[in-house]
Design a protein around this ligand. Sequence first.
Ligand code: SF4
Length: 371
Amino acid sequence: MAFRILRPDSLSAWENEYILKRFSNYRGILDGKQIARYLIAKSLECKFDPNNDSLEVLENLLKEKSIEFNELLKKSIASLKNREIKASSYIDLATTIANRYLESCIFCERRCGVNRIQNETGYCLLTKDSYVSSAFLHFGEESVLVPSGTIFFQSCNFGCVFCQNYDLSQAWKGRRNIEDIAQKINEKKLAAIAERLVEKGAFNINYVGGDPIPNLHTIVGSLKYQTSNICQLWNSNFYLTNESLSLIIDFMDFWLPDFKYGNNECAEKYSGIKNYFDVISRNHKRIHDEGSGEIIIRHLVMPNHIECCSKPILDYVAKEIPKCAVNIMQQYRPQYKTNKYKEINRLPTSQEIADVKNYADKLGILYQPVS
Ligand code: SF4
């Protein structure tokens, strides 16, 4: 197939025994030997009253269903394949809770508390509506992920001064009508976009942006209408709240989270984010220990941030989340607002990149096949 010529490493990466072992479920889905988690979740019946049950009741039910779901995962694939899809399932419950959270938005740790259902907006400037700026087979993602069915959402909850996607995340804010530059979608339209990507040969459905976090309700809701046995992949800055991570942790097969900063201070300075390291490390630990555990962390090497950011992140990965692979990314470019920050207004040097890779080698971190 064409992608093999475009990216020969998409095949050779699977020759690495550690990649095969760490991403065995994802590989199983590709080979038709495993079932995507969201399809299993659709077979888990969930009885609740979406209009009258309190949020507390729904959240408690979610915890119970998560335990049941993880018990289900222990069953044989043959028995899981024969389970029928329920009219009201674990997916419906998560969607209902997500829409309740929209009434006082707590999707990310900015916790704006605005009523997005009533068209109020917080930092990300999104109401209840989601917007997709593009969706296509992406051949530039990590080797094992291509061709990736990538869906780009408009807007972001971060404000990184060096954003490489600032046209999606920031540039439209206050300047342009979002409907002029992106397609308004709902759950069913998003599912149709995902299914079209599957038909084109996608290996996974890759939710990115901007960031998918402000669109979590639409993404979870779309799973009700998707039907293909395809890996679901969350590609994000990962500044989710614990509550919102609970809504997706069982449904995602693969995680592609950023880990940008090794401390809270750098994050506040360059992305306007509080408690970054605490939140991001907490979320990584959860998906490693409680979720699928199939994770490629993206770490963008920034100039002059090797000691304060790159090395502490690698230390954390080696100690707390050792099953992850790390993409040590070299594509940092000074752009957007970096001219106001002299220390990051240049490319990283080859010595800085080598320092980070040598440090990863010293810690035994798996990075080469996916970097
Ligand atoms: S997604 Fe985050 S930034 Fe957007 S309104 Fe909700 S809490 Fe605020």
